[in-house]
Structures are given as C-alpha cells and as structure tokens.
Design a protein around this ligand. Structure first.
Ligand SMILES: O=C(CO)[C@H](O)[C@H](O)COP(=O)(O)O
Length: 222
C-alpha cells in the first residue's frame, strides 16, 4: 500500500461531474492526477486548471481537459499535497517550488482538499524549512529582512544553480525553530517587499486526507 496513493485516490472520490478541478503539484498529487485521468477516461466530465507546468503537462499527456484561468470564476475543488500538516490543519507547502500558484488555486477554490501520507503530520510546523518565493531583484536585501524574523534562509539550488519557479522567481528555504502561529508569520513575511508569497497555508484546508502505511485512510473535515 502506497500511503500517498491511497490518500490521493480517496480525495478524488469528491470530484463530481461538471466540476472545475484544481490540480496540485508533487508526488502525492501525481496519484490524484492519474486517478482523475482514469475517471475522465471512464466518462467523468470535468475541466482542470493546474498549479504548475509539470502538472499541466501531466494532465495534457493523460487526456484531462484543461481550461484557461480567464474562462473561470471559481474552482470547485482543488486537491494538493503538503510538506507538513499540523494538528490545527495548517500547512507548509512549496517543497516542489509551486507554492505561489498553489496558494492562488487554494484561495479560489470552494473546497481545498489536502492529501498527505502519515509522515507529513506534525505537532507544530517548522521542521520542514519554510519555502518563500521572492523576486530576483535585490534578493540579498529581501533575504536580510527574512533573517530579522529569526530564520536561517538558504536560496534553493537545482544542479548548482538557483532554482527558478514557473513565475521566474527564486525560492528561499527558511529554517525556523518552530512555527507556533502560522497566521502571524504569514503576515510578517508577506509584508516584506520582494516576497511574492510564502508556503504557509494557515486555515485554508477544508479536508485533510491522510494515508497510513497500514492501509488506513483518515478524512478530517475542518
Ligand atoms: O507544495 C508542494 C509543491 O510545491 C507539494 O504539494 C509538497 O511539496 C508535497 O510534495 P509531495 O507530495 O511530493 O510530498
């Protein structure tokens, strides 16, 4: 039993005919996108929007119909993974670098369903360094401001070069001791000029579907 897969497939049961569906990014969302594609091939009628180029490419290859953002007003349901989920349902996201688009999708969804394996459940957020997307202009100054929030920021690299997001920005991974108040920290980070968005999703998830190694699936409504 793959805990990511069972959580993802359980979440896809909430997708119904006629819905606009937001596709997440990452190895858990991979399973959701594949299950949605199976259901589309069986006759499910949906249209999808994606939170990253990777997920969009995957959807196209699998035959999931996509719709442009300017043709929709609202997303019915978005299914996406997380790097950490605390006991209040707050999340850290952005391990795959798609946090800005993921947050736009989540904030414009009637239902935001998080899919996670049991390793993602934590008491307090903070073990996973918090991804922050910043514009490249004067990045060192923005990073200095992040340091004033008592974190240890590191520019994310890919093959020895700065990782670039789908939006042409950088990701800074910020190690905090712990994050007891995600809402407060979100405001503090997002008021720094140069920050595009941070990976804290405080009180945004409507459902959290967790897959366990022993095959159990927990669906928590919020
Ligand atoms: O936020 C994300 C990408 O930006 C992912 O949802 C998060 O990193 C979890 O990834 P995975 O499902 O591979 O563990």
């Amino acid at each position: 039993m793959n805990p990511k897969r069972i959580a993802a497939e359980r979440a896809v049961e909430f997708v119904k005919d006629g819905m606009i569906v937001g596709l997440g990014t990452g190895s858990t969302s991979y399973w959701a996108i594949h299950r949605i594609a199976e259901k589309v091939n069986e006759g499910l009628e949906i249209k999808a929007v994606a939170s990253s180029r990777n997920s969009e490419d995957m959807a196209m290859q699998l035959g999931i119909p996509l719709i442009a953002f300017d043709e929709i007003d609202i997303i019915d349901i978005t299914i996406d993974g997380a790097d950490e989920v605390d006991r209040h349902g707050n999340l850290t996201k952005g391990g795959g670098g798609a946090l800005l688009r993921e947050k736009i999708l989540a904030a414009n969804s009637k239902q935001f369903i998080v899919i996670a394996d049991e390793t993602k459940r934590v008491e307090l957020l903070g073990k996973f360094p918090l991804p922050v997307e910043i514009v490249p202009f004067a990045a060192n100054l923005t990073i200095n401001q992040l340091k004033r929030l008592q974190c240890d920021p590191v520019i994310r690299l890919l093959n020895g070069k700065p990782f670039m997001t789908d939006n042409g920005n950088l990701i800074v991974d910020c190690k905090f001791e712990s994050i007891p108040d995600p809402e407060k920290l979100t405001k503090q980070i997002n008021t720094i000029p140069g920050v595009a968005e941070n990976g804290l999703f405080a009180q945004m998830a409507n459902k959290i579907v967790t897959g366990y190694n022993d095959g159990r699936i927990e669906v928590k409504e919020r």
